[in-house]
Ligand binder design. Structure first.
Ligand code: SF4
Length: 380
């Protein structure tokens, strides 16, 4: 067991399903929250190990559907099952439609020290198209309440590349977000699976098709504006003030060890990847019988896949892959092993390299998947 691990807790409940949602979340099971929390507590006990936790992340779903007392109780159990570092980053994802000043002050008091607000847009028509439960006014109020409650480590999530969203619309949302001077910004291009409601509505002609050129220009605009405002672009979709990177997510991208607790939560510890069942009933039932939940994934990562994942995760970070560190770790000269792919990507202008590192170019960040698949083991 590694000395240090990150802890992810999945809270799979939402008030209403957003029209683009691909996460494991249920909008008709909020009555099961108390039983779910009992199951979570039991899973912490069963997975208790002698490792220090340096980051805790409540993700979802909508973790802000849990009361401050429920969050406090969960943190107390975690504290009994693991060693918690003094400066542990404790993040929660919150939906602006579920919080007010008192709630935010109470969860701060409970020990949460980083708040990630799923605002997505400051445009009411876009929020309605996405099926979000909050308005732009509520989004602004949530940020102001968060500051008043004492949160000094705040992330704002926005989505771009929406059907019919032009450059001006995106520019307006971005500027409204920037006016709040959050420490961190996560900007995601909308991705849709065919079965999602918004994809069906686009197919039926209710909304325009998404225009790839507009999406690319929106990304470039964000890059420029956030840079001007002093944010550092540190991962394909993430910007922060210097020193305010999300420590928890860096564990994923830097291939650290993490333990996921809750329905569908993934873990990666000592080259073993596993994932709990995504079936809420099976999850609660197993833990109520004092058993670990069924696993949907349980695999040892083989060396070829480990190298491929290391390259892909390294390229997601704007600092890229350090060539010497890579050779020391894997005993491989990356230029010899992957020379063909690297030459091709250099010619396409999707990556750049010098003596020290290989990293994505701004164009490569836009077309990351075009880069990543070339490093998968069956493509070598
Ligand atoms: S709030 Fe998040 S998890 Fe819940 S339905 Fe919307 S996108 Fe999905």
């Amino acid at each position: 067991m590694p000395d240090v691990i990150a802890l992810y807790i999945h809270i799979p409940f939402c008030k209403r399903k957003c029209k683009y949602c691909s996460f494991i979340s249920f909008d008709d099971r909020v009555n099961d929250i108390p039983a779910y929390i009992d199951a979570l507590k039991q899973e912490f006990i069963l997975r208790s190990v002698s490792a220090t936790i340096e980051t805790i992340y409540f993700g979802g779903g909508t973790p802000s559907l849990l009361s401050p007392q429920q969050l406090s109780d969960i943190l107390a159990v975690i504290g009994r099952c693991f060693e918690i570092a003094d400066d542990t980053e404790i993040s929660i994802e919150a939906n602006p439609g579920t919080v007010d000043l008192k709630y935010l002050a109470d969860i701060k008091e409970a020990g949460i020290n980083r708040l990630s607000l799923g605002i997505q847009s400051f445009n009411d028509a876009e929020l309605s198209m996405l099926g979000r439960i909050h308005s732009s006014k509520e989004a602004g109020a949530a940020v102001r309440d968060a500051r008043q409650a004492g949160f000094d480590n705040l992330n704002i999530d926005l989505i771009y590349g929406l059907p019919g969203q032009n450059i001006d619309d995106w520019n307006t949302s971005l500027h409204q977000a920037l006016d709040f001077h959050s420490e961190h910004m996560s900007l995601y291009a909308l991705t849709l699976e065919a079965e999602e409601m918004l994809a069906k509505e686009i197919k039926a002609g209710k909304w325009p098709q998404i225009d790839a050129d507009t999406v690319a220009t929106q990304y470039e605009l964000a890059e420029e504006l956030l840079g001007q405002k002093g944010y550092r672009h540190y991962e394909v979709s993430n910007w922060s003030r210097p020193g305010r990177e999300c420590r928890h997510n860096l564990v994923y991208w830097q291939e650290g060890s993490y333990l996921g607790v809750g329905v569908a939560a993934h873990s990666y510890i000592e080259k073993r990847r596993s994932a709990n069942t995504g079936d809420l009933d099976k999850y609660i039932k197993a833990l109520s019988q004092n058993k670990l939940p069924p696993q949907e994934i349980d695999e040892i990562i083989n060396p070829d896949l480990e190298i491929a994942e290391s390259i892909i995760l390294g390229l997601r970070l704007c600092c890229g892959i350090n060539i010497d560190d890579f050779e020391k770790r894997f005993g491989i000269d990356i230029m010899k092993q992957y020379g063909k792919q690297i030459e091709e990507l250099l010619n396409f202008g999707l990556i750049e390299k010098n003596q020290e590192y290989i990293r994505l170019t701004p164009q490569g960040r836009l077309l990351g998947n075009e880069v990543f698949w070339r490093f998968l083991p069956d493509k070598i």
